[in-house]
Design a protein around this ligand. Structure first.
Ligand SMILES: *[C@@H]1O[C@H](CO)[C@@H](O)[C@H](O)[C@H]1NC(C)=O
Ligand SMILES: *[C@@H]1O[C@H](CO)[C@@H](O)[C@H](O)[C@H]1NC(C)=O
Ligand SMILES: *[C@@H]1O[C@H](CO)[C@@H](O)[C@H](O)[C@H]1NC(C)=O
Ligand SMILES: *[C@@H]1O[C@H](CO)[C@@H](O)[C@H](O)[C@H]1NC(C)=O
Ligand SMILES: *[C@@H]1O[C@H](CO)[C@@H](O)[C@H](O)[C@H]1NC(C)=O
Ligand SMILES: *[C@@H]1O[C@H](CO)[C@@H](O)[C@H](O)[C@H]1NC(C)=O
Ligand SMILES: *[C@@H]1O[C@H](CO)[C@@H](O)[C@H](O)[C@H]1NC(C)=O
Length: 304
C-alpha cells in the first residue's frame, strides 16, 4: 500500500503538471469503470419491481383511504446511454435531457408538494423521489414556478440502482395537476394525459390517449444546449393494471366509473447522438470545470 502510494505520488506531478486532457480522461475512465462494473441491465432494460417486492404504484402520504398511490407510467431504460442517465445538467445528462422536452427542476430550487415513496424492487425499499420535474411553459428558468402555481404537467422520478437490481433505469410518475388553489388535485384522466403529454412534448405528435395500445411506438429526436438525443418509445401493458385499484384521486381522475389509468407504461430508450461542437468527447470543456476535475482527480489519487 505504502509503495503503491509512493509510486502514485511520483507519477502524479507528471500527470498533473502538463495542462493536458489526460487527467480528465483518467477521471472519466475511473468513473466509467466503476459504473460499468456495477450496473447490470436485464433483457427489458429494467427490473420489474413486482418481481422483488416492489410496486409500480408510489406511496402517497396521508391518503384516504390509506395506502393509495400514483402510477409510475414512464420508464427510461438502462439501455439508454450512460451519458444520458448520469444525473447532471452541464454534460448533457438527465437534467439536460429533461430540458430537451420542456421539463425543468423545481421553482428556484425550492421543493414544493409532498414526497412520495417508491419501491423499485432493487433492494433499496421505499425511497422518496429523487426530484420533481415540472413542465416549464417554454421558459426553462422560471416556467416551473408558473407550473407550481397554475398547475400543469409534472413528474417525480426514482433511479433503479439498488444493490439487488442496479439497471440504472429511471422510473417516472407523471400526472397533470390543477392549480395550487385547488390543492393540486389531478385533472380528469390526468395520469394518462400526464404521460402522453410528456411523450407528446418529446415527439411533437399528439398522442391519441384513448386509442393507445401496447403496440404503439414512436421515434424522436430532441435537443438542448447542443446535445441531441434520439429516443425510441414503446407503450407496454402488464406493468400497471387497467383499473382504478389503489390509485390516488381515483374518483375524480376516472369519472363516471371509468378506469383512473389505462395500465400502459411508456418505455423509452435514449442515446446521445450529437454533442456541442466545443465539447471534447473525452472531458469537460470549460477551464474551470477542468480545474475542478483536476482537483478531484488529485483528491481521488491521494485517497488510494
Ligand atoms: C420521505 O420524506 C418524508 C418527508 O416528506 C420524510 O419524513 C421521510 O423520512 C422520507 N423518507 C425517506 C426514506 O427518506
Ligand atoms: C406538451 O405539453 C403541454 C403541457 O402538458 C400539453 O398541453 C401539450 O399538449 C403537449 N404537446 C403535445 C404535442 O402533446
Ligand atoms: C380513435 O379511434 C376511433 C375509431 O376507432 C377514431 O374514430 C378516432 O378518430 C380515433 N381518435 C384518435 C385521437 O386517433
Ligand atoms: C398486448 O396485450 C395483449 C392483450 O392484452 C397481449 O396478448 C400481448 O401479449 C401484449 N403485447 C405486448 C407486446 O405486450
Ligand atoms: C417541436 O416543436 C417546437 C416548436 O415548434 C420546436 O421548437 C421543437 O424543436 C420541436 N421538437 C421536435 C422533437 O420536433
Ligand atoms: C360523466 O357523466 C355525466 C352524465 O352523463 C356527463 O355529463 C359528464 O360529462 C361525464 N364526465 C366526464 C368527465 O366524462
Ligand atoms: C382499458 O379498459 C377499458 C374498459 O375497461 C377498455 O375500453 C380500454 O380499451 C382498455 N385500455 C387498454 C389500453 O387496454
Amino acid at each position: 500500500m505504502a509503495s503503491t502510494f509512493l509510486i502514485l505520488s511520483l507519477c502524479l506531478p507528471a500527470l498533473v503538471l502538463a495542462d493536458h486532457p489526460r487527467i480528465p480522461l483518467i477521471s472519466r475512465w475511473l468513473t466509467h469503470a466503476r459504473r460499468a462494473s456495477s450496473r447490470n441491465v436485464p433483457a427489458n432494460g429494467y427490473y420489474t419491481p413486482m418481481e422483488a417486492g416492489g410496486s409500480m404504484l408510489t406511496k402517497v402520504p396521508e391518503t384516504f383511504p390509506e395506502g393509495l398511490g400514483e402510477p409510475i407510467n414512464i420508464i427510461l431504460t438502462g439501455y439508454s446511454d450512460e451519458e444520458v442517465l448520469n444525473d447532471n445538467e452541464d454534460k448533457g445528462g438527465l437534467q439536460n435531457f429533461f430540458l430537451s422536452f420542456g421539463f425543468s427542476g423545481e421553482c428556484l430550487g425550492q421543493h414544493s408538494g409532498s414526497n412520495q415513496g417508491a419501491n423499485l424492487g432493487d433492494g433499496h425499499g421505499y425511497l422518496n423521489e429523487t426530484a420533481v420535474m415540472r413542465w416549464n411553459y417554454g421558459d426553462p428558468a422560471l416556467g416551473s414556478c408558473k407550473e407550481t402555481i397554475m398547475g400543469g404537467n409534472h413528474f417525480r422520478y426514482w433511479v433503479q440502482n439498488g444493490p439487488s437490481g442496479n439497471s440504472g433505469a429511471v422510473f417516472m410518475a407523471a400526472s397533470y395537476e390543477m392549480p395550487i388553489a385547488q390543492q393540486h388535485d389531478i385533472i380528469v384522466n390526468g395520469y394518462n394525459f400526464g404521460r402522453d403529454w410528456v411523450i407528446g412534448n418529446m415527439t411533437n405528435v399528439t398522442v391519441p390517449t384513448h386509442n393507445l395500445t401496447n403496440q404503439t411506438t414512436y421515434s424522436t429526436q430532441t435537443t438542448w444546449a447542443g446535445y441531441t438525443y434520439a429516443s425510441e418509445i414503446q407503450y407496454v401493458s402488464g406493468l400497471l393494471s387497467n383499473s382504478s385499484e389503489g390509485i390516488n384521486h381515483m374518483y375524480s381522475v376516472g369519472p363516471n366509473w371509468t378506469n383512473a389509468i389505462d395500465g400502459l407504461v411508456a418505455v423509452i430508450t435514449t442515446k446521445m447522438v450529437a454533442r456541442p461542437a466545443n465539447s471534447a468527447i473525452w472531458g469537460p470543456s470549460s477551464p474551470s470545470i477542468r480545474a475542478s476535475a483536476l482537483a478531484l482527480s488529485i483528491a481521488f489519487y491521494s485517497l488510494l
